[in-house]
Each structure stands twice: as C-alpha cells, then as structure tokens.
Ligand binder design. Structure first.
Ligand code: G4P
Length: 330
C-alpha cells in the first residue's frame, strides 16, 4: 500500500531535531513492539548517526512475548544500542529507562555534566503516556498535528538527567509496502490516508499465517485453524463481517465495516498478543522493497530521452558542404 504523509511542517520538525541532536548524549527511540521494524523511522536513524540509542519497544502488553524477545536480542547485538520492552502505563519498568540511559553514556551525569536525553517516536506510539508515567503527572503533548504546540519540551527525570521531547517525526516515503499496512493497522496513520478494507486484508493474511487459532476463537469461526489459514483473505473477512453484523441495508455484507471491525480488534488487543514481524522477516521485506525501488529507478532512467549534444557543425562549401547560406531561422 502506498501511504504518503509528509506535511510541510515536518521539514521544520526535522531541522529542529537535527539541531537539538547536536547536544544530546542518548536518544530514546520509542517503537511499537507489535511492529518494531516498521515503526522505526529511517529519517530518525539518519539523524541519530553514531549516537548511543535506547530502543524502547512500547505496548509490549499487546505484542507476542516470544517475538519481543527476538527483537530485543536483535537490537542488543547492535553497537551503541540497548533495548528494553515496556508497557508505558506501568511506572516501575518505565523508570528502568533512566538506568539504561546512564549505562549508555557513563561519562555523563552529575550537576556539571547532566545527561541529556532525547525521546522520539512516530505518532501514537505512546510517548505522552510514557512521559506521564515517568513524571507522575499529565505532561503537555508535543503534538505532530498542525495547530497544536510543536515546541520541544524539556523535563527533568532526575536532578542530573534532562529529557527533551520532540513532536512525532513522519517520513517522506514509506519504502516497505508492508510497513505502510502495519502503520495504518496500528493506528499511527490518520484514517484518511488509507483504505480500511485493504489494510484489513493485509493484516488478515499475516494473522492467517501466524495466528489462525486467534481468529477462530475471537470470531467463533466453525472452520479449523488449518482451514482458516488456507482461506482466501477476502472470504475470511466476509465471514468475520457477517459474524459481527457488518451489513448494509438489505443484509448485504459491508466489507469496509468488516475491515474496521478487524482493525479495531487488533488495536485493542482483542485478538491476543500479536507481533506482525520478526527481525528476519522485516529485513527480507526491506531488501525486496529496496531492490524493487532500484529497478524502478533504473527503468525510469532508461526511459529518459538522451540529452541532445551540440549540433554537428555544417561543413563549409570549401570542406565539401552545400554552397548555401545557413537558414537564418536555424
Ligand atoms: P503519542 O504521544 O506517542 O502520540 O501516543 P499516546 O501516549 O497518546 O498513546 C496513544 C495510544 O496508545 C493511547 O490510547 C494510549 O493509551 C495507548 N498506549 C500507549 N502506551 C501503551 C502501552 O504500553 N500499552 C497499551 N496497551 N496502550 C498504550 P488511546 O486509546 O488513544 O488513548 P487513551 O484513551 O488510552 O488515553
């Protein structure tokens, strides 16, 4: 699916972020534990560069624990990187953040060299919730919507630890098509930017492959898990829609509404703890998407007309050329 969502004010956000990063010791990158690869903003990775990074897999209460463990191992094997999983509403684990940041920048701390931490993440990943939990109060939202304050805010997590909050940073183009679907399914993308039915069908295909028993239990489907896994996705969505009364006048199925039902259940965790990607699967999607993009660019370059070179000089009559003056209009 193609989702385009880089409003003009994002360029200003990006610039402000690049400026702030110059004085930052540790970056906390907040990810959605159900889609860690897809919720990582490549633009942010580019801006972070070599800075120590704490990857926080938030909403772990909604994610598949076995896959969360895989992602944590994947990130913890990377240089200058630590990773933890969190449920942003729970205070104890949230406080572990500060200890992890200190570990990443042991040379900072104390009143003379306070630890400066920046937190960034895509919209709806749970940044405000985490800040509220960390601060024990209602923190103002540094929102990504136009019209709401887009200023960064600085809060003290300890006497010598400052946290800079930034508005959500979107990215200009989602290269991995699966990522567009998962971002929409998770609620990170505004509803007008995608088609609910198409996103629900993409989600359903993964659920069929990885969690068919959950579909069976949630929607009380008569088929076995194996049969559910083998069904065409549109038929399965129709069966779910009928079970949940997603009908138009006259009793016809409303596939759009059926899609909404599935997406709402996924977002609320009603299908159980689900993670849509593993590190290996995400790497394969990304590789395929990059290759497809390279092919598209090569095809575009091949179609481009060859630029006209300088016009060949007309040989003079002495050189054997025609003995007529050049056309004044040429
Ligand atoms: P943002 O600042 O990054 O945009 O996200 P925000 O904190 O507003 O969180 C977006 C939604 O995700 C909220 O739900 C919030 O409660 C939920 N959320 C955040 N962290 C977690 C988590 O670790 N686990 C779960 N299960 N949910 C989380 P909402 O329905 O939009 O708002 P609300 O009614 O809960 O306030």
């Amino acid at each position: 699916m193609s989702v385009q969502w880089f409003p003009g004010h994002m360029h200003a956000t990006r610039k402000a972020l690049a400026e702030r990063l110059k004085t930052i010791d540790v970056v906390i990158e907040l990810l959605d534990a159900r889609l860690p690869g897809s919720s990582a903003n490549p633009l942010l990775a580019e801006l972070i560069g070599e800075r120590p990074t704490l990857k926080v897999l938030n909403k772990e209460d909604l994610a598949d624990p076995a896959r969360t463990a895989q992602w944590l191992a994947h990130y913890n094997a990377q240089a200058r990187t630590r990773a933890i999983a969190l449920h942003a509403h729970t205070p104890g684990p949230a406080r572990a953040l500060v200890a992890e940041c200190r570990r990443l920048a042991p040379h900072r701390g104390g009143m003379v060299k306070p630890l400066r931490v920046l937190i960034a993440g895509i919209p709806n990943v749970g940044k405000s919730t985490l800040l509220n939990t960390l601060l024990g109060r209602r923190a103002a939202k540094a929102a990504d919507e136009p019209g709401v304050t887009r200023q960064e805010q600085r809060v003290a997590l300890a006497d010598d630890v400052y946290l800079y909050d930034t508005p959500g940073l979107l990215w200009p183009k989602i290269v991995v098509p699966e990522s567009g679907d998962w971002l929409a399914a998770s609620g990170a993308v505004g509803r007008n930017a995608y088609d609910e039915e198409l996103v629900a069908l993409a989600l359903l295909r993964v659920l069929q492959a990885d969690y068919p028993d959950r579909l069976q239990a949630r929607y009380r489907l008569p088929q076995t898990a194996d049969a559910i896994a083998a069904m065409p996705a549109d038929e399965l969505l129709a069966a779910i829609g009928r079970k949940r009364g997603a009908l138009l006048a006259g009793g016809r199925l409303d596939p759009h509404k059926a899609g909404e039902v599935l997406l709402a259940d996924f977002r609320a965790g009603a299908l159980g703890r689900i993670t849509l990607e593993t590190p290996e699967r995400y790497a394969a999607w990304r590789e395929a998407a990059l290759q497809a993009e390279a092919r598209r660019q090569a095809e575009r370059a091949a179609r481009r007309p060859v630029p006209a070179g300088p016009r060949p000089r007309r040989p003079s009559a002495a050189e054997g050329g025609p003995a007529v003056p050049p056309d004044p209009g040429s």
